[in-house]
Write a protein that binds this ligand. Structure first.
Ligand code: BGC
Length: 751
């Protein structure tokens, strides 16, 4: 490779965003966009250069976490290129079932392979630090263990198809507002224990082909330019062998990115290549660094189907994958409330009144790069009708007329941005009473759409609107007056407020955004065909103000005169330099609520079933910790129907030297389908690392001597069995590089 070829090879071929950015960068000022990526797989996010005389083919990279995102149609071509919209990551995490996530990954990976793409840009695995992050639906959980295990399963599933993945966004990319200029100030301990830990698990358990650096800065350095992050931590501490790429247009200085260990700048532009070329010529960048980065790209290319000449079909088995998504979705839906067994519907309950716009226009997933172009989606009423229910026609007509009129008043939908939705229709008590007389049960669906480039608002998004609350109340009252039930279905991508209205309905099913089969999957659960077994992988707080990062999120603007305030895509290219201090430190999610005794609406790990489980006979194989311990427990289905239970193991460590969260999840497992009366014994291994915290003084993972309590529970607040052990002497389990040290004091939260 000539030096010029090398400088180009570490940058992608560019990207064309139709209607937004022209190739000469005139549409959006300052947009660094050139070229396009249409020639191989239209709608893919990027490609690497082809170097024909060296027999180097290009590689295609495409989103994303809920399924492959490419254009469904092509110019001068009658064929279609639809992909399966799988459930969003938040739902997949709520299954707590790594085998199932693996199977979803297999199907997703098969579409990647059969559409001629080499690398899927996912899974997304940032921590749900705050419920308002617009991209939480793309991510798994507030807990790093759940996050890491889910991501590892997804990577292994996708990569079983001989295509690659990209763990993203590495790391601490927890805010969308000003995301390209947001400096995250965080302690080494919070970074290691919360924001990096999931990535560590996924890297070590799955060795993904690639990792994508994030947009933000950590402690004053862009992650894309951080040698500490991309080399010292990722490669030296964790042994990552693959390639690192930037997020699209991420980072600032191409030479610094090269030196940090960022191998591939995406989507790439010639200015970057020229800067790299000049730096090598002028001695500012050692050519050896470039060679190493190129070697990593070529190693991945070597594995890619492109290089192996794989003859992709452009015809993945979409029907089979629709079955996978339908079933997977039912496993991650969480039954939040079910008074007097309101669900499942009994066989006499046939006539259903479906309220809420979302019952008729279901939301299958989020927007932005996490979106998928699916061939169809099944609405709630369609799903119910296919399952044999009848839907009150009069109400259906009222909603359809309302939506038609209201849509005319909506502002235009901006490309890539959250869906513009019609406001909830007011239902007066006359209509409610009439429906209560006619129907057997009321279903009220509440929907939310969010996506990248913006965060959610508290009012009208995290909190329900007045119209939504009034709807739930009016309908519940009218149906209760006739001794009938009202069920709320939440078709949302992230956490919302429930405490102020949850007393009104009889049951609440958190259906999440469940992919293209959402309506069928919901029907499977509410009919009782599937017994719900999902549990929350993020806390539902009583109110937004209870969230420990609520007064910091989304950070503060530090140079107000620069950048755009408009939000959305235009501020993507001209963000305002901002910063956010992670003052809550390691107290994220249940680590905070449990340590500070803060009441929550529904805790981490919570979820109901149509049956009940008993936990008994907990045993630990030694009460002294010595290299490893095993905890085992019997789980018995003591109810009337078959079902599965998510069993969680929490550790309470001594906290003499270091402050510790009240509990930390160290293991989990979902039982198989247990018939009524059936028992399964589960075993959990406790390893030295599970006992540790990150000690900044010694840059090591250290376990304090003392007494440790193990709680086996149905949730983070429902412990059923307890055991304990002692560690006689302090244990330094692993020493790692000192890295990402903040250059100022952080006033950290402590119990
Ligand atoms: C997103 C990435 C995505 C990339 C390519 C960026 O805006 O942050 O998650 O993979 O675009 O579409």
């Amino acid at each position: 490779m000539s030096l010029t070829e090398k400088a180009y090879y570490v940058t992608g071929t560019g990207m064309n965003i139709p209607g937004l950015v022209s190739t000469d960068s005139t549409t959006v000022p300052g947009a660094p966009v050139v070229g396009e990526t249409q020639s191989l797989v239209p709608g893919a996010a990027g490609t690497t250069y082809e170097i024909p005389h060296l027999n180097i083919p290009s590689m295609v990279l495409a989103d994303g976490p809920a399924g492959l995102r490419i254009s469904p149609t092509r110019e001068n071509d009658n064929a279609t290129y639809y992909c399966t919209a799988f459930p969003v990551a938040t739902l997949l995490a709520s299954t707590w079932d790594t085998d199932l996530v693996y199977r979803v990954g297999q199907s997703m990976g098969n579409e990647v392979l059969e559409y001629g793409v080499a690398i899927l840009l996912g899974p997304g695995m940032n921590i749900h630090m705050n419920p308002l992050c617009g991209r939480n639906f793309e991510y798994y959980s507030e807990d790093p263990l759940v996050t890491g295990k889910m991501a590892a399963a997804m990577v292994n599933g996708v990569e079983s198809q001989e295509v690659g993945t990209s763990l993203k966004h590495f790391s601490a990319n927890n805010v969308e507002t000003n995301r390209n200029a947001l400096n995250v100030i965080a302690s080494e301990r919070a970074l290691r224990e919360i924001y990096l830990e999931g990535f560590r698990i996924a890297v070590q358990e799955a060795q993904p082909w690639t990792v994508m650096s994030s947009y933000n800065l950590i402690n004053n350095t862009y992650t894309a330019e951080s040698h500490d992050l991309l080399t010292k931590i990722l490669r030296e501490d964790w042994g990552f062998k693959g390639l690192v790429m930037t997020d699209w247009f991420g980072g600032s200085d191409p030479v610094a990115m090269m030196m940090a260990g960022n191998d591939l700048l995406m989507p790439g532009n010639p200015n970057q290549a020229n800067a790299i070329l000049a730096a090598v010529k002028e001695g500012g960048l050692d050519e050896k660094v470039l060679d190493q980065n190129i070697e990593r790209i070529l190693t991945v290319l070597n594995e890619s189907p492109h290089n192996k000449g794989y003859a992709y079909s452009n015809k993945p088995d979409l029907e089979a994958h629709a079955e996978v998504t339908r079933q997977a979705a039912t496993e991650g839906m969480v039954l939040l409330k079910n008074d007097n067994d309101a669900l499942p519907l009994t066989s006499e309950m046939n006539q259903l009144a479906a309220f809420g716009n979302t019952s008729y226009e279901i939301i299958t997933g989020g927007t932005g790069s996490g979106d998928v172009n699916e061939a169809y989606s099944v609405s709630l009423v369609e799903g119910l009708q296919s399952a044999g229910y009848s839907i009150v026609k009069e109400l259906q007509d009222i909603y359809s007329n309302y939506a038609e009129t209201e849509k005319e008043n909506l502002p235009p939908q901006q490309a890539f941005m959250p869906r513009v939705r019609v406001p909830e229709m007011a239902v007066d008590s006359d209509l409610a009473d009439r429906m209560a007389a006619e129907a057997d049960v009321a279903l009220i669906t509440i929907g939310r759409s969010s996506g990248e480039f913006s965060d959610r608002n508290v009012e009208g998004d995290f909190n329900l609107t007045q119209a939504e609350k009034a709807l739930i109340k009016t309908i519940s009252d009218a149906f209760h007056a006739k001794d009938k039930k009202a069920v709320v279905i939440l078709n949302v991508g992230g956490v919302i407020e429930t405490a102020s209205w949850r007393n009104d309905p009889d049951a609440i099913l958190l259906a999440w955004q469940a992919g293209q089969e959402t309506g069928n999957s919901i029907a499977d659960v509410i009919s009782g065909k599937v017994n719900p077994s999902g549990k929350l992988a993020s806390t539902f707080p009583m109110k937004y103000e209870d969230v420990p990062s609520s007064d910091n999120f989304p950070g503060v603007v530090i140079e107000a005169e620069e950048g755009s305030d408009e939000g959305g895509l235009s501020s993507f290219f001209t963000p305002k330099p901002s910063e956010i201090v992670y003052k809550e430190d390691i107290y994220v999610g249940y680590r905070y609520y449990n340590s500070f005794d803060v009441p929550v609406a529904y805790e981490f790990g919570y979820g109901l079933s149509y049956t009940q489980f008993e936990y008994k006979n907990v045993k630990i194989n030694s009460t002294k910790f010595n290299e490893q311990l095993t905890v085992s427990v019997d789980i018995q289905n003591v109810g009337d129907v078959a079902g599965r239970e998510v069993v969680q193991v929490y550790l309470t460590a001594p906290a003499q030297k270091m402050n510790k969260p009240a509990q930390e999840l160290i293991a989990f497992e979902k039982t198989k389908f247990l018939n009524p009366g059936e028992i399964q014994r589960l075993e959990f291994v406790i390893n030295p690392l599970d006992l540790t915290s990150f000690d900044e003084a010694t840059s090591s993972w250290t376990a304090e001597a003392g007494h440790y309590t193990v709680n086996v529970g149905a949730s983070s607040r429902d412990f059923r069995e307890t055991t304990s052990f002692d560690l006689e002497e302090e244990l330094i389990v692993q020493k790692v590089n000192r890295a990402l040290t903040p250059n100022r004091e952080i006033n950290r939260l402590k119990p």
